[in-house]
Write a protein that binds this ligand. Sequence first.
Ligand SMILES: CC(C)(COP(=O)(O)OP(=O)(O)OC[C@H]1O[C@@H](n2cnc3c(N)ncnc32)[C@H](O)[C@@H]1OP(=O)(O)O)[C@@H](O)C(=O)NCCC(=O)NCCS
Length: 159
Amino acid sequence: MNYRVELCPMTRKLCHELYKSWENDAAIYMDMSMFRKYVYNKEAVDRYFDSKQDVSRRIFAIMFEGRPIGEVQLKQIDMEKRECTLSIHMQNDSFKGKGYGTEAEMLAIQYAFDEMEMEAVNADTVVKNVRSQHILNKIGFEFLKEEGDFRYYRLEKSR
Ligand SMILES: CC(C)(COP(=O)(O)OP(=O)(O)OC[C@H]1O[C@@H](n2cnc3c(N)ncnc32)[C@H](O)[C@@H]1OP(=O)(O)O)[C@@H](O)C(=O)NCCC(=O)NCCS
């Protein structure tokens, strides 16, 4: 498959570039009273970037035509169980619905299995986020359960 996007380890510079044009997406809020319009703040982005630098997480910028258009994370990395959890968010609506998110998820999964030697990748979505569920189903995740506000998915490495 030819991918139009690529994943690049997130840097502080890329993180600022990404969040300067960021929009929060209502699809990830089960409780809409928590939803706020995103407002860029340099110090907050610095704090956000610093908070993501730990051994249990890899954070990537989703790059398209030389600029960041989203971020994808492999988090809760468990080196003993060899599993992690996928999370993704595109920068704003202009980069959604064009197939970039699906490509980025596939690249992240490939990275988890091939580079990090994970045996499984987990994912969860809020119940109402049917777009994200559609993509997880499409790329082969197994639906495990619905519990509370969340639906849980898992993809085992194929042998
Ligand atoms: C989820 C997200 C990363 C997907 O990226 P994207 O680039 O918009 O998605 P794509 O264009 O690759 O694919 C969207 C797919 O969902 C489908 N879709 C869109 N709206 C849908 C809906 N309401 N119900 C079901 N499927 C839907 C599209 O038809 C497409 O599937 P197809 O390729 O089989 O036609 C992006 O929309 C996003 O950042 N959303 C906000 C954050 C988020 O939800 N993150 C996931 C948290 S679990």
